[in-house]
Design a protein around this ligand. Structure first.
Ligand code: SF4
Length: 396
């Protein structure tokens, strides 16, 4: 039987845009949100017709055991809006009773009213965008919470019965130092989240801070961003400290208490199907990958006009599937099973990978025995280089 799928719902609205953010989210007028949610609900309820319109293969009822509301800040939604979306999922798909249902939220979204309402809707996991516990660092990137409000949010979620709490942190924010990072880690650990995601600041054109780092300027604090070497040091320190605290480092950026890995995100790395709805949401059905338009205006127009929102779709070839098996699987610290891959794809196509793997083992970035291949602690820091080193022009 096919593994249960994951469902992703994109809510690309935020009260204000964080300077480091390169997502398709925007600080759009909240008054527009009801129109967007209506379109999103309609996309979920009519997914079969939409996929048919887009030329995707027809499928029977989808069985899912995770829903992830991301964005954006879906924590802005009220209980009625969340219930409607989750009801639409339950109508269009077979959603397991014990499904993991995650809501991404900012600490300021968590209140004595919202937390119990979320729990009543079926939300059983909250991923909090904390990023730092130092007020100066938070203000520099446009975040309005404080360390005290993070602690209050977590206590409020627990009172409402939501115990499965994840905290996102970023290494590389303006003004961050080794000492301030240590303080952030220690303060967060005292709050005992079940899961942490630690990201290194991404420098690219699509965020205000990234673009300032690339092109210069003084508005977003680029000059106060720590050096690349320090960011690597901060991440490495987090890996050590979280291991000491009993967290499993199960994916490059993700750490969990035993049994608390994100069921939804694991699907992305193990090629289990997932179906995304809303702006810039992506899907994978085991054979094809497809993605929705990344402009809110375009999405709303298409949905209003009864057109489908899918802008790209691609059936994966043999070589791409094999490559993805390595690249996605190697993100997980347990790595990939070479015998399993060889028996699925054939020994002869795996042979060139064996050669590349041996080379990358010699550099100290990969380690392997007859059963598995995985990134070393050092390899985690050079994962992009490892993935590039594994690319095989000749078999892909
Ligand atoms: S980081 Fe999160 S809260 Fe900030 S703008 Fe991006 S999506 Fe919104």
């Amino acid at each position: 039987m096919m593994n249960a799928a994951g469902i992703y719902l994109s809510v690309p609205y935020c009260r204000q845009k964080c300077t480091y953010c390169n997502f398709a989210s925007a600080a759009r007028p909240i008054a527009e949100l009801p129109r967007y949610l209506k379109a999103l609900e309609s996309e979920i309820l009519h997914c079969s017709e939409i996929w048919e319109m887009a030329g995707l293969p027809l499928r029977g009822s989808i069985r899912a055991d995770s829903v992830y509301l991301g964005g954006g800040t879906p924590g802005l939604l009220n209980a009625g809006q969340l219930s409607r979306l989750l009801d639409a999922v339950r109508t269009a798909m077979e959603l397991a009773h014990e499904a993991e249902i995650t809501l991404e939220a900012s600490p300021e979204n968590v209140t004595a009213e919202s937390a119990p309402a979320w729990a009543a809707c079926g939300i059983n996991r909250v991923s909090l965008g904390v990023q730092s516990m130092i007020t100066k660092e938070l203000r520099a990137v446009g975040r309005m919470h404080t360390a005290a409000s993070v602690a209050d949010s977590i206590a409020t979620l627990r009172q409402a019965g939501i115990e499965n709490i994840s905290v996102d942190l970023i290494a590389g924010l303006p003004h961050q130092t080794a000492e301030s990072w240590e303080a952030t880690l220690e303060t967060v650990l005292k709050l005992e989240p079940k899961h942490l995601s630690i990201y290194m600041l991404e420098v690219d054109q699509d965020s205000s801070l990234g673009s300032e780092l690339l092109q210069g300027g003084s508005r977003y604090g680029a000059s106060a961003v720590p050096s690349e070497e320090l960011v690597v040091e901060l991440y490495t320190r987090a890996v050590e400290r979280l291991a000491d605290a009993g967290f499993l480092h199960y994916e490059i950026s993700n750490f969990s208490r035993p049994g608390c890995a994100s069921r939804h995100n694991e699907k992305y790395w193990t090629q289990i199907p997932y179906f995304g709805f809303g702006v810039d949401a992506h899907s994978y059905d085991g054979e094809c990958r497809w993605g929705n338009v990344d402009s809110i205006t375009d999405y709303l127009e298409r949905m209003d006009q009864g057109r489908q929102p899918i802008q790209e779709r691609r059936k994966l070839g043999f070589g791409e599937r094999l490559e993805e098996r390595f690249f996605l699987g190697l993100r997980r610290r347990q790595g990939v099973s070479l015998p399993d891959i060889c028996s699925e794809f054939g020994n002869s196509v795996c042979e060139p990978y064996r050669v590349k793997i041996r080379e990358l083992c010699d550099t100290g970035w990969l380690e392997a025995n007859g059963e598995w291949v995985r990134l070393t602690d050092r390899g985690v820091l050079f994962s992009n280089e490892v993935f590039a080193g594994l690319l095989l022009g000749e078999t892909s």
